[in-house]
Design a protein around this ligand. Structure first.
Ligand code: SF4
Length: 212
């Protein structure tokens, strides 16, 4: 194994997904780790320490060998790999190296909250095609109450994304969060996002599976 390669703690690889996590046919790669603790987290195993014991640590080369079986589907449908989590941008070095290995023709998508240091986003701006961003709510108090974290990094990174990536490659998802935001808060988030230049914005209701 190349000890210089970054390792991705992978807890799930899901093949043949159609338009659920990006364009075309995708393989979803779920990786461990998330800085947030959303009250209704849809993937609590993504940050539960017990998951880490069951994860497979993969180099970019090893992941490529594992997922290339679907290359024909990716090329035919303009699909590829979606890095989810948890927070995919915690693994920016890995994604950057994976792009060098898979080449330019696969579509690489990240699912992210953008609540990561600016440098993590900067590293993958040229390596990733599409961004799916779950912003929770742009009201700082609601954000903090729901996620346990400050919204500052997310706001900074939203501006960075808007300046560097063209709009057809960004989908912003704004959830209706029971007991946390109301229609007026969602409206305020939408106005703020439009003011930043975002065009593809999707409002959706959270299905409550887990309460933290
Ligand atoms: S961003 Fe929130 S919902 Fe997603 S894995 Fe992290 S805590 Fe869970």
């Amino acid at each position: 194994m190349d000890t210089k390669s970054p390792l991705l703690p992978v807890f799930a690889i899901s093949r043949h997904r159609l338009k659920t996590d990006g364009k075309g046919v995708t393989t979803l790669v779920g990786s461990y780790g998330c800085p947030l603790k959303c009250h209704y987290c849809i993937n609590p195993h993504a940050w539960n320490p017990k998951t880490l014991e069951k994860c497979t640590e993969m180099t970019p080369e090893a992941l490529y060998e594992r997922v290339k079986i679907d290359e024909l589907y990716f090329l035919a449908t303009k699909g590829g790999i979606t890095f989810g989590g948890g927070e995919s941008l915690l693994h920016a070095d890995f994604i950057q190296q994976f792009r060098q290995i898979c080449g330019p023709d696969w579509t690489l998508t990240v699912e992210t909250s953008l609540n990561v240091p600016r440098t993590q986003l900067e590293k993958i701006l040229d390596a990733v095609d599409d961004f799916i961003v779950d912003i929770k709510d742009l009201n700082p108090s609601i954000y903090k109450a729901y996620t346990g974290m400050s919204i500052d990094k997310t706001l900074y990174n939203l501006n960075l994304l808007s300046q560097h990536i063209s709009q057809e490659h960004i989908l912003i998802r704004v959830p209706k969060i029971p007991e946390y935001n109301e229609d007026r808060h969602i409206h305020a988030s939408l106005e703020k996002l439009k003011g930043m230049g975002f065009e593809n914005i999707e409002v959706f209701p959270y299905v409550i599976r887990n309460k933290q």
